[in-house]
Design a protein around this ligand. Structure first.
Ligand code: CDP
Ligand code: CDP
Length: 224
């Protein structure tokens, strides 16, 4: 029996990647790495420090001088930026609106990919993002590209926001998600793409439990 595998989950915003990744990682006793949180953390710092987000040079320099740590927690993962807990702050609309611009810079992606590869090295891991199957873990034993219709993804974010006491109109959420997907898919460096050897999972009509069981079944097949 293979001792542990690497699982790469990619796809557009609100496809359910992190929710499913957390469940799968917990069941398998693996670590979970939310790479989007890392791009969000450096974006938060850039906003706070008034860095020009359009400049790849400034963004790359900022990241080289930054520490981003991920720590497993009951709810999934805590995110630390230069030693300070920013788990909640990185989910603000301000960060969400700017993160794709930050993530488009080659200077930023190069450093992030290296860090993510170190975090995943030699252990059972479930990693979610946009370029995990294509760039970060090209040899992952299981790659899944998860998606759902943009209407369903906006509805999910709407419900999630409501639970957190945030009231953003559904229409605005759908526009924001579509704009981010477009930027992430059309950027020159490591655009959002399904890896050639990734399986496609449409979660539009799948419950969280069913989507997680589907991925666990695929993982177990690779552990046999
Ligand atoms: O959770 P949500 O789908 O809103 O996004 P996220 O996973 O937190 O990712 C935020 C943003 O980071 C994405 O829209 C991408 O611009 C960027 N990202 C990326 O470029 N590559 C990754 N591996 C992960 C995230
Ligand atoms: O990580 P990503 O942006 O792909 O999505 P997420 O943050 O895991 O999921 C977005 C929202 O959709 C969460 O509130 C999940 O509970 C919900 N969800 C769902 O309702 N049905 C699914 N099959 C997957 C996620």
């Amino acid at each position: 029996m293979t001792k542990s595998i690497q699982i790469a989950l990619d796809g557009p915003a609100a496809a359910g990647k992190s929710t499913i990744a957390k469940i799968v990682a917990e069941k398998l006793g693996y670590i979970y790495i939310d790479t989007g949180a890392m791009y969000r953390a450096i974006t938060l710092k850039a906003i706070r420090e008034g860095i020009n987000l359009e400049s790849g040079e400034e963004a790359g320099r900022l990241l080289a001088d930054t520490r981003i740590d991920l720590q497993p927690s009951q709810d999934g993962q805590l995110v630390f930026l230069d030693g300070k807990n920013v788990t909640e702050d990185i989910r603000s609309q301000n960060v969400t609106n700017s993160v794709s611009m930050m993530a488009a810079h080659e200077s930023v992606r190069k450093q992030m990919v290296k860090l993510q590869q170190i975090l995943a090295s030699g252990r059972g891991v479930v990693m979610d993002g946009r370029d995990i199957g294509t760039q970060v873990l090209p040899n992952a034993e299981l790659k899944v590209f998860m998606s759902a219709t943009v209407e369903e993804r906006a509805r999910r974010r709407f419900e999630e926001n409501k639970k957190r006491g945030i009231d953003t109109p559904l229409d605005d959420l759908q526009k924001e998600i579509a704009a981010r997907d477009k930027m992430d898919s059309e950027r020159e460096v490591s655009p959002l793409r399904q890896a050639q050897d990734a399986l496609y999972l449409d979660t539009t009509n799948l419950s969280i439990v069913d989507a997680a069981s589907e991925i666990l079944k695929l993982a177990e097949e690779r552990l046999d």
